[in-house]
Ligand binder design. Structure first.
Ligand SMILES: CC(C)(COP(=O)(O)OP(=O)(O)OC[C@H]1O[C@@H](n2cnc3c(N)ncnc32)[C@H](O)[C@@H]1OP(=O)(O)O)[C@@H](O)C(=O)NCCC(=O)NCCS
Length: 211
C-alpha cells in the first residue's frame, strides 16, 4: 500500500525486495555522475548492506517512487533490457519496471531542524516530471508533518535538470563552493540551495491566491 500518491506515482517505504532495483541504480553511471559526490565506480556485493546501514536506515524519511501502472508507457527502455509483455509478466517484473527511484530527507543536528534533501530517478524515467512531483511532496511533508525549519540541498553546477527541478519547487539559491567536484574531466561548482519554513508558507499562500 502507498504511503502517499502524486499524479503519476505511488510513494512508499523501501523494502528488502527493492535491493536489486537500488543496486541497479547504484551501478548506473548516468545517475551516479551527478547523484553521488564520490568515486564513480560499480558497486559490489556489499553495496546493499552499506547503503542500508550507512544511509537508508539513518535518514529521517526515505520514500520509494513507484510509477502507477497506467503510466507504464512513459518508460524509456535501454538497449538490451529484458522487456516482458502480457501473460509472461510476473509481479516482480512489474516491480522492476515501475521502480522509478527514491528520495530522502536526513536531519544532521536535531536542534536546528535543518533537513538535507536528496533524490535519484532512474534514467529510464527522466523527463516525465517525476522529480518535480516527488520534491514538491517531500517539501510539503517536511514542513507540514515533520516540522522541519529548513531544507538544504546541493547539486553539481552542471546538473541543469536538478537546478530546474529545485527552482520550480521554490528553493532559493544560497551559494556555491567553487570547483569542488571533479566531473567529466573538469572542476565544477558545488551549488547550495535551501528553503525556510516561512518561505514555504509564503509560497503556499501565493500559489493558493493564484489558483
Ligand atoms: C536531476 C533528476 C532528479 C531530474 O529528474 P526528472 O524526473 O527527469 O526531473 P523532472 O522531469 O521533474 O524535471 C526536469 C526539468 O529539468 C529540465 N531539464 C532537463 N535537462 C535539462 C538541461 N540539460 N538544461 C536545462 N533544463 C533541463 C526539464 O526540461 C524539466 O524542466 P521542465 O519541467 O520545466 O521542462 C534526475 O535527472 C536524476 O535523478 N539524476 C541523477 C541523480 C541526481 O542528479 N540527483 C539530483 C542531484 S543530487
Amino acid at each position: 500500500m502507498a504511503f502517499a500518491t502524486t499524479k503519476h506515482l505511488n510513494l512508499r517505504g523501501y523494502r528488502e525486495s527493492d535491493k536489486d532495483y537500488f543496486m541497479e541504480q547504484e551501478n548506473d553511471q548516468r545517475v551516479m555522475l551527478t547523484g553521488y559526490p564520490g568515486y564513480v565506480v560499480p558497486n559490489g556485493p556489499n553495496g546493499w548492506k552499506d547503503l542500508q546501514e550507512n544511509f537508508l536506515s539513518k535518514e529521517l524519511l526515505v520514500i520509494v517512487a513507484e510509477v502507477k501502472r497506467e503510466y507504464a508507457g512513459l518508460r524509456k527502455w535501454d538497449e538490451g533490457e529484458v522487456r516482458k509483455e502480457g501473460e509472461e509478466k510476473k509481479p516482480e517484473d512489474w516491480d522492476r519496471e515501475l521502480f522509478a527511484g527514491y528520495s530522502a530527507l536526513g536531519i544532521g543536528m536535531p536542534k536546528n531542524r535543518d533537513a538535507h534533501f536528496g533524490i535519484a530517478i532512474n534514467a529510464q524515467w527522466w523527463g516525465n516530471g517525476f522529480a518535480t512531483e516527488i520534491t514538491e511532496w517531500m517539501v510539503q511533508h517536511a514542513f507540514e508533518q515533520l516540522n522541519v525549519h529548513r531544507i538544504s540541498l546541493g547539486y553539481t553546477g552542471v546538473n541543469l535538470a536538478a537546478k530546474r527541478v529545485y527552482e520550480k519547487c521554490g528553493f532559493p539559491h544560497e551559494g556555491a563552493k567553487r570547483k569542488a567536484f571533479w566531473l567529466n574531466g573538469e572542476w565544477v561548482d558545488a551549488v547550495s540551495m535551501g528553503i525556510l519554513d516561512e518561505e514555504y508558507w509564503e509560497r503556499k499562500k501565493q500559489l493558493a491566491n493564484k489558483a
